[in-house]
Design a binder for this molecule. Structure first.
Ligand SMILES: CC(C)(COP(=O)(O)OP(=O)(O)OC[C@H]1O[C@@H](n2cnc3c(N)ncnc32)[C@H](O)[C@@H]1OP(=O)(O)O)[C@@H](O)C(=O)NCCC(=O)NCCS
Length: 152
């Protein structure tokens, strides 16, 4: 099937749709609408949406931190609507946020996933992120895994 996948900057106007997708992705662990609004407004964050044929189907939010002279990127969440998974949307969102990070001087990017989230683990490995740390009980009873990538 032919479809046009586009990535652009998110706006506060997209909040309702992003909150709907966030709920489908994370259920009771989802960000609240207020948290999402706060993330969209924060100027140290990069928020991008993916659209297929004009419809928002996913988003990514990352943060830029300045740690001891180093500019570090941290992907806080990547969400793809269940109906639109396995179409390359997650990959495209990561590719695009890495580009924005690099434009803003980021040299290292971190992200995390639950150790049972095989979709995310595979996605990150496909984007050449390396496992750097096991995060014990990071998600309640479930352990997390931290990944890192040097943005060359
Ligand atoms: C993780 C997530 C973002 C992946 O998005 P997606 O758009 O479906 O991913 P893509 O289509 O770009 O997949 C890229 C690669 O990731 C891996 N992958 C994605 N989904 C997978 C799955 N369900 N099982 C195994 N591998 C998977 C595959 O290697 C895939 O490549 P392939 O389709 O050629 O095999 C999506 O499943 C999601 O939103 N999950 C809920 C939210 C979440 O857990 N986010 C990550 C933690 S913040």
């Amino acid at each position: 099937m032919m479809f046009a996948l586009m990535v652009e900057k998110a706006s506060i106007k997209d909040l309702d749709k992003l909150f709907e997708i966030e709920g489908k992705c994370f259920g009771f662990e989802a960000f609240t609408k207020e948290q999402l609004a706060y993330l969209l407004f924060d100027r140290n964050n990069v928020s991008l949406i993916a659209k297929i044929n004009g419809e928002i189907v996913g988003f990514i939010i990352g943060r830029i931190n300045f740690n001891g002279g180093q500019t570090v990127g941290h992907v806080l969440t990547v969400d793809v609507s269940p109906k639109h998974r396995r179409k390359g949307v997650g990959l495209k969102l990561l590719t695009e946020i890495e580009k924005v990070f690099k434009e803003r001087g980021v040299k290292i990017c971190y992200l995390e996933a639950r150790e049972d989230n095989f979709a995310a683990l595979n996605l990150y490995q496909k984007k050449r992120y390396k496992r750097v740390k096991k995060l014990r009980n990071y998600y309640g009873y479930v352990h997390g895994i931290r990944f890192m990538k040097i943005l060359a």
